[in-house]
Design a protein around this ligand. Structure first.
Ligand SMILES: Nc1nc2c(c(=O)[nH]1)N=C([C@H](O)[C@H](O)COP(=O)(O)OP(=O)(O)OP(=O)(O)O)CN2
Length: 294
């Protein structure tokens, strides 16, 4: 007997890519289970699938930075890091990135690159270990949202969030809808999606000097004048990141979707003073914020 739950959850995360650098991503998760019926005449209670399997998936990859463990340009070390923290150093064709975070903010994935296949394999292995004995088969399907307009991938961290969004390098794949005097403007959307393609969004008040950043000794020897430094303490621990300016947008606000919508609206208003601007900004799949400027 087979049992399915489509749209079980959305995983919002970032990953390191040798070509693209740091990439924010959102994938919808569908689950198919196979097995014989238990004493309740069920393969597995939907309640268990929706709570426990979702929790296993969240714990494994949601709001984390996924590390391609076999990439030749990745270095991971705990030497010199705070207790329970880790340093991650990575170089890509676009830029190099250096981080310190609590270990729980990272997830190592086998392979030289992060793909739907490598993450599916990772999740399948983790979930299989925790299934009851009557469940013999598990198929995980990960898929990006179908979007018929422009979208961007961004990475950020929310230091004031009391959950996993405080992690300094998690991200989203998000669409955006922009309106000038009530009319949709696809060329403006295209401009913002190019500007924020594979971008790291940092808050100006989190910027620190090189003297105050905590990174690996390798990172401190290899940063270049183009790197900017961001760090904060949050309930889970200390977070640090060095990002090159070519892949960075520094905003004058927290990077909640409300304030990103407002940031874009303010920028557009300054260039289109006569027009009423509306920004519908998504954070991942099916949720977001709307900002209006008259
Ligand atoms: N009002 C807002 N709430 C939250 C924001 C935000 O910008 N405005 N942002 C976040 C995080 O950035 C987070 O990445 C998004 O969280 P979400 O996917 O909703 O988190 P969960 O994993 O807890 O939700 P699931 O339904 O389990 O996917 C958080 N909140």
């Amino acid at each position: 007997m087979q049992l399915f739950v489509n749209d079980l959850t959305v995983i919002d995360f970032s990953y390191l890519c040798e070509q693209r650098g740091i990439v924010g991503e959102s994938w919808i998760v569908d689950v198919l289970l196979e097995g014989c019926l238990n004493e309740m005449s069920m393969v597995l209670d939907f309640g268990v699938v929706k709570k426990q399997i979702k929790a296993i998936i969240d714990d494994a990859v949601d709001h984390k930075l996924l590390l391609p463990l076999n990439s030749g340009t990745l270095r991971v070390t705990q030497e010199g890091a705070r207790e329970g923290h880790e340093f991650v150093d990575f170089s890509s064709k676009r830029a190099s990135f250096y981080l310190q975070s609590p270990v729980s903010a990272f997830a190592g994935i086998e392979g030289a690159e992060i793909t739907i296949e490598s993450v599916t394999k990772h999740l399948t292995n983790v979930i299989k270990q925790q299934l009851p004995s009557n469940v013999s088969g598990l198929t995980i399907r990960l898929r990006p949202e179908v979007i018929d307009s422009d979208f961007y991938h961004y990475t950020h961290g929310l230091k004031k969030h009391d959950g996993n969004c405080q992690r300094i390098a998690h991200g989203h794949r998000s669409k955006i809808e922009l309106f000038k005097d009530g009319a949709r403007d696809h060329s403006l959307e295209n401009y913002w999606c190019k500007r924020w393609q594979d971008i790291y969004i940092a808050t100006d008040s989190d910027e620190v000097t090189k003297e105050n950043i905590e990174l690996s000794s390798y990172a401190l020897e290899n940063v270049n004048p183009d790197h900017r430094y961001f760090a904060y303490m949050a309930p889970q621990g200390r977070f640090d990141i060095a990002v090159e300016s070519g892949v960075l947008e520094i905003v004058d606000c927290d990077s909640t979707v409300e304030l990103l919508a407002d940031f874009i609206a303010r920028q557009l208003k300054s260039l289109n003073n006569e027009n009423e601007i509306t920004v519908v900004a998504y954070e991942g799949v099916g949720k977001g914020a709307i900002a209006h400027v008259q």
